[in-house]
Design a protein around this ligand. Sequence first.
Ligand code: 5GP
Ligand code: ZN
Length: 114
Amino acid sequence: MKDCLFCKIANKEIPSEAVFENEDVFAFNDINPEAPVHVLVIPKVHISSLNDVNEENSKHISRIFEIIPEIAKKAGIDESGYRIVSNCGKDAMQTVNHVHFHILGKRSLQWPPG
Ligand code: 5GP
Ligand code: ZN
């Protein structure tokens, strides 16, 4: 999608520190990390938020969950643990309208989050 930051990152129009890529999924380090490991995982196709996931596009989301264990292992957090976050909409403070999953790890994380 034109003018979408994460579409541009997935297309390499905007540089990022890639940590994983296949034909459906792109993963890269968050520019403003909230933990020693903070990776963002996105579908290459534009889906604005979790509210827009449906029967037609959900395979792009399931691909993300297929590769999260691989990313976690590469980052060395598969055994220590990690958190997956997807902020949806205003109250959750979603700031980029291309669905994405944060992988946070290598520190103790509080629950419930603020
Ligand atoms: P949200 O607040 O929408 O859940 O998460 C958006 C995330 O994208 C934030 O953690 C923010 O730091 C990250 N981010 C915003 N712009 C860029 C960018 O240009 N490059 C990278 N790598 N991360 C970004
Ligand atoms: Zn997009």
